[in-house]
Ligand binder design. Structure first.
Ligand code: FES
Ligand SMILES: [Fe+2]
Length: 424
């Protein structure tokens, strides 16, 4: 449970709010780069309560500026792209991509006013088919992290855009540390509807644990019982701080960004990467294929036959901004408590003038940042063994020990182990 004040602190994301300032220290995906075309080179985007216009000029350069002109607030969405910048459609003020005002056509030639204008504008970069923006203080700008699913070349990448999540971003992100929700929300729902796809999760938990690491929080879990559906008896995956989930399923690797549109709406962007079986580089299209999905039926009810629809139901029905002062959290909510604690701590770090956790500043580290993911396998002697799958089940033996090599501070699984409450 949080106090109302703490709840506001963690959920309000506009400019100048403590959480908004923390989130702005991390590069955020704002749209699919392919959405900006020669025919439609501008797009209105709202991010963390700020109305913005993203654009791509004729030379392929990208920009992101505040939508409303610094002169008299007309929308730059209707502006003209010129010389890598954008000219307001009303009186022609011209801005470059850093927000400098280069021209004010109807001001006296000797006027110094344009030099005093700094229109809000943010650096953008394309990676993995997404356009990322950095909206924090420019002097603190870190590198855009080259997460594995964005940077790998030994396979194929796809992007999934879900319809807008009609609630606060933290409801989705807390779910990244919610180990037990898979049993009822996903597996039991599937079973009750006579659908497949949830069997792997239809087992009670025996144990789970969490461990902070360089980029966030790793969770691991193990199922109880011997009713095996395959060789896996558990798994592990990381929450990437502050608003990303990383998952793995066989050769599929994915990241889910939960980017606040405003306090009550969230943009969910998923990048999937399927690694090939022998590690050879594959030709990458300029823009990966994009899938748009809806999880709401024409009747207005949630489509409860998919994991995405089930999660959307769970998060949105908590309310537009879930009031955590009215909840009753228990032992099984330990991961959620950890996420909140980390967020509060890192808000404090930023307020004290420091760098929050997990920023990437070393180009050497940033060729490809490989993130961990596990299936846990039942060994011959009945002992639990954890394996880091680098591309597919084919790699099981070859990948032994890689995790420890890459992340020497790890001591998972079950960094802070909890016995799981019984689920049946
Ligand atoms: S409102 Fe943009 S130039 Fe006047
Ligand atoms: Fe889920």
């Amino acid at each position: 449970m949080l106090t109302k004040a703490e709840n506001e602190l963690l959920t309000h994301v506009g400019p100048g709010t403590p959480m908004g300032e923390l989130l702005r220290r991390y590069w955020q995906p704002i749209c699919v780069a392919a959405e900006l075309t020669a025919e439609q080179p501008k797009k209105r985007i709202k991010v963390m309560g700020e109305d913005l216009v993203a654009f791509r000029d004729a030379n392929g350069g990208y920009g992101l500026v505040a939508e409303h002109c610094s002169h008299r607030r007309t929308s730059l969405f209707y502006g003209f792209l010129e010389d890598g910048g954008i000219r307001c459609p009303y009186h022609g003020w011209l801005y470059d991509t850093s927000g400098k005002c280069l021209e004010q056509p109807f001001e006296p030639a000797e006027s110094m006013m344009k030099h005093m204008i700094r229109h809000p504008a943010y650096p953008v970069e394309v990676l993995g088919g997404l356009l990322f923006a950095y909206m924090g203080p420019i002097e603190s700008k870190p590198l855009l992290p080259r997460w594995d699913v964005l940077a790998w070349e030994d396979g194929q990448r796809t992007i999934r855009l879900q319809e807008t999540l009609e609630c606060n971003w933290l409801q989705a992100q807390e779910n990244s540390a919610d180990v037990t929700h898979t049993y009822f929300l996903h597996a039991h729902t599937m079973k009750m509807r006579g659908l497949g796809g949830g069997d792997y999760f239809y087992r009670p938990f025996e144990q789970y644990g969490f461990q902070p690491f360089e980029f966030g929080l790793i969770k691991t879990w193990r199922y109880a019982g011997k009713e095996q559906l395959g060789p896996e008896v558990g798994g592990g995956n990381p929450l990437i701080f502050p608003n990303v989930l990383r998952q793995q399923s066989g050769p599929w690797h994915n990241m889910h960004w939960r980017v606040p549109i405003d306090d009550n709406h969230t943009n969910i962007i998923v990048v999937n990467f399927r690694r090939n079986t022998d590690g050879h580089p594959e030709e990458q299209p300029e823009f990966p294929p994009v899938e748009f999905t809806s999880e709401v039926l024409p009747s207005g009810e949630y489509a409860m036959d998919s994991f995405f629809g089930q999660d959307k139901m769970a998060w949105e029905t908590q309310g537009p901004i879930y009031d955590r002062s009215t909840e009753h959290t228990g032992a099984s909510d330990y991961g959620i408590a950890l996420v909140r604690k980390m967020l509060l701590e890192q808000i404090g770090v930023v307020q004290d003038g420091g760098d929050p956790m997990g920023l990437v500043r070393d180009p050497e580290q940033n060729h490809v940042i490989e993130l961990p993911g596990w299936f846990m396998l039942e060994g011959d002697a009945g002992m639990l063994r954890e394996r880091h799958l680098t591309s597919s089940s084919r790699d099981l033996s070859a990948a032994d020990g890689l995790l420890v090599e890459r992340h020497k501070t790890f001591d998972v699984p079950f960094g802070a182990a909890r016995p799981a409450p019984s689920t049946r």
